[in-house]
Ligand binder design. Structure first.
Ligand code: PNS
Length: 161
């Protein structure tokens, strides 16, 4: 019996409707989906790993086959540890592609047992990014079109500090 396990990694600082669309779709494709809140060395995050994990948890109580974890090492090592078959990434535009392609090839080199799969983002989320959400929240704007209601206060309270 096959047991397909995928990782969905990212900074999720904070999670947006764009990420949640990818998580929802990937959860339907795999037996188990592990959302990995990971460290991107080129980003300074506004939320702690625990805050990021908790915000994702609040957004997806309806997905029983999804686990949300924080992992602070190499994704390729975590994939091996969890026996994952795939890494799922969302692609918004061609501008994402070069960076994602480089990461996919690197992860494949580090762990040949894991394949990176790209899902194209829904058209309505093409321009959504965590940094835009933080910028809008920081200037008192309306973030309701970008993140679910259950985490809006968390974001606004944090960004205002
Ligand atoms: O949402 P992001 O910031 O584009 O996600 C990037 C992330 C966190 C998935 C990537 O930086 C990552 O996998 N970090 C874990 C450390 C690692 O494995 N680095 C080598 C990647 S080739």
């Amino acid at each position: 019996m096959s047991n397909l396990i995928a990782l969905c990694p990212g900074s999720f600082d904070p999670v947006t409707y764009g990420h949640l669309d990818i998580i929802n779709r990937a959860a339907g494709m795999f037996d188990r989906l592990i959302v990995v809140v990971a460290t991107n060395k080129s980003k300074n995050c506004s939320f702690s790993p625990e805050e990021r994990v908790n915000m994702i948890k609040k957004c997806i109580p309806h997905l029983p086959n999804v686990e949300i974890v924080h992992f602070d090492g190499l994704l390729a090592d975590y994939a091996a540890k969890r026996g994952a078959n795939a890494i799922i990434k969302g692609l918004r535009a061609m501008s994402d592609f070069e960076y994602e392609f480089q990461m996919a090839l690197t992860n494949k080199k580090l762990n040949p047992n894991v394949e990176t799969l790209f899902l194209t983002t829904a058209t309505e989320n093409m321009y959504v990014s965590s940094s835009m959400v933080k910028q809008i929240a920081g200037m008192g704007g309306d973030i309701s079109g970008f993140v679910p209601e259950v985490i809006r206060e968390d974001i606004i309270n944090r960004i205002k500090k």
